[in-house]
Ligand binder design. Structure first.
Ligand SMILES: [Zn+2]
Ligand SMILES: [Zn+2]
Length: 140
């Protein structure tokens, strides 16, 4: 099914089946990708700084391609970028593993607190029903 959508990259309205960027941006990113991978093939130990200088592609664009999973950093360990939270080197996703663990821990704590709250209110309502029940029993 074709529908109108805004390009994720430039915001232009375009007709899409499933693509999230317009044809112009798609072609552009394919071209950038070709340029980047061609350079990486020859210089697997390059870092982001050198890659930017060599390809004259803005670091932001390279990072966004990495974050989208278009460039896999496995074979190019020097090509990392800063974590969005602490600035530590990251090779996939937006944040480093220690920030990810910290977020997970925070989430777990938050869930724990909610469970505790629920448990507390459950005990409270249980106590109430028990009271009512024993009251009923007394009447019978
Ligand atoms: Zn576009
Ligand atoms: Zn981090």
């Amino acid at each position: 099914m074709k529908e109108l959508s805004n390009c994720e990259n430039c915001g232009k309205l375009f007709i899409t089946k499933s693509q999230r960027v317009c044809i112009r941006c798609y072609k552009e990113s394919e071209m950038l990708l070709k340029k980047i991978t061609a350079y990486l093939d020859k210089n697997p130990k390059t870092n982001l700084h050198t890659l930017v200088a060599a390809t004259s592609i803005p670091g932001k664009k390279i990072i966004s391609l990495i974050k989208k999973g278009r460039i896999r950093l496995g074979p190019y360990p020097a090509l990392h970028y800063p974590c969005e939270m602490c600035g530590a080197p990251v090779m996939n996703g937006k944040i480093c593993s220690s920030c990810r663990n910290r977020l997970k821990e925070d989430l777990r704590k938050a869930e724990h607190a909610v469970i505790h709250e629920k448990a507390a209110s459950a005990v409270y309502s249980l106590a109430q029903t028990t009271n009512r029940k024993s009251g009923d029993d007394g009447e019978n």
